[in-house]
Design a protein around this ligand. Structure first.
Ligand SMILES: [Zn+2]
Length: 231
């Protein structure tokens, strides 16, 4: 096999190795990355906290209502018990009673509003809990898939590197070094020739360069310096 063909194969191998290495690195960076779960958990925690606060507000409002109702019953007892007869005192008690009743009505409205918000938040928490559970299941599944993909890629890479090793062992060191040097500089070290043109830089090749390239000897493009390959 002509050395230029071997170099072209080497380039194809290197491209494949590079792509697989990139895919491997990307998958490895995703492995164990719980960011999406952590974010969902934080949101759920915040809703739980909100729910706790609302329930606390509810208990406080209810306690205040109970307290007020006791006081109202007490004042009503005094008003209608017959022990107090002073009109001034009775008027004062009546006034106090109406203030307490107004406050009690107000508190009952507030309590109903809080109950609505508690129920609303409870359903948000329930939905977020379900979502998180589903997310966790998906994540576990995805992680398993990632592990499998990583193992497969590592196996592929091992095979490809072995192939590369075999291939380079058949090419003389000087040529491999030239290939490596150009690849480092230009990423693509070998350029196909089509209709007398270097496909990498799209410049016509001289007759002597073409002749040398056709012989299968490593020949560099006079313009871009890549090794020419005529298939
Ligand atoms: Zn060129």
């Amino acid at each position: 096999m002509a050395v230029t063909r071997q170099l072209f194969q080497l380039q194809e191998l290197d491209t494949e190795i590079e792509q697989k290495e990139l895919a491997l690195a990307q998958k490895q960076s995703q492995l164990g990355n719980r960011q999406v779960l952590d974010t969902a958990q934080k949101q759920l925690d915040a809703e739980h906290k909100r729910l706790d606060e609302l329930r606390h507000q509810h208990r406080e409002a209810e306690a205040e209502v109970t307290d007020l109702l006791t006081k109202i019953a007490d004042i009503e007892g005094q008003l209608y018990g017959g022990k107090i007869t002073s009109p001034k005192e009775l008027t004062s008690l009546q006034h106090e009673l109406s203030i307490m009743k107004a406050r009690s009505d107000e508190l009952e409205d507030t309590t109903l509003e809080i109950i609505d918000r508690v129920e609303e938040t409870e359903s948000i928490v329930a939905a977020a809990t379900d979502d998180l559970k589903k997310l966790e299941e998906d994540w576990q599944h995805q992680q398993q898939q990632l592990s499998d993909d990583i193992k497969k890629l590592q196996g592929n890479l091992e095979d490809l590197r072995k192939k590369r090793q075999e291939l380079t062992s058949q090419i003389d060191t000087e040529t491999v070094n030239l290939y490596e040097k150009i690849r480092k500089q230009k990423k693509q070290a070998v350029a196909k020739v089509e209709q007398g043109i270097c496909r990498a830089c799209r410049i016509s090749l001289s007759a002597s360069v073409l002749q040398r390239a056709r012989s299968g000897q490593p020949t560099q493009c006079g313009t871009c310096g890549r090794i020419l390959y005529i298939s």
